[in-house]
Design a protein around this ligand. Structure first.
Ligand SMILES: Cc1ncc(COP(=O)(O)O)c(C=O)c1O
Length: 166
């Protein structure tokens, strides 16, 4: 929720915020924060481990529990879209699309993603742009949730792929 407030203060004129969803606390906090700020931004929640149905239910449950603690309402959370197209075979299982997104972000932006969370969320973002689901006029923010040390666990695969793409 604090992250939503901070981002709203810096960049309120955006259309879409893309974030990875694992156990869903991050997305739930953002979803509730966006609602309380009355901020017209779409929260594009990209699953990395569960189905979209499971993750949406986790987001709603956690946002509801947080709202109860704070004594606020959650609204209908209609600004949350959950997608599971980038998960691939499962949590932590690398996909070609994830590696492609990881290389794309590294080469074009100098941003290092991790294969388990931000890499798969980025793969979902790239797929959305390619399919047209994310329009050319949309202003999109990708929330990098960290996880860089996870990249080292995939070092042999990363080195092999990098050598092949030279
Ligand atoms: C680097 C990174 N990004 C994203 C997430 C997903 O966050 P959440 O579990 O709140 O959905 C995690 C969770 O461990 C993480 O380590």
């Amino acid at each position: 929720m604090e992250a939503a407030r901070e981002l709203h203060g810096q960049l309120s004129e955006i259309d879409r915020l893309v974030v990875a969803v694992g156990s869903a606390g991050t997305a739930a906090g953002l979803a509730l924060g966006i609602h309380l700020l009355d901020w017209p931004v779409l929260l594009d929640a990209q699953c990395v481990s569960h189905t979209a149905e499971e993750s949406e239910s986790d987001i709603r449950r956690l946002a509801g529990e947080a709202a109860e603690l704070l004594g606020v309402d959650t609204g209908d959370l209609a600004h949350v879209r959950v997608s599971d197209g980038a998960v691939g075979p499962g949590y932590g299982v690398a996909t070609d699309e994830m590696w492609e997104a990881l290389h794309l972000f590294a080469r074009t932006e100098g941003i290092a993603l991790d294969p388990v969370y931000s890499g798969k969320a980025a793969a979902g973002l790239v797929a959305g742009v390619r399919s047209g689901a994310i329009g050319p006029d949309e202003t999109v923010v990708f929330m990098h949730t960290g996880g860089l040390p996870g990249l080292f666990a995939y070092a042999p695969e990363l080195v092999r792929l990098s050598e092949n793409s030279r």
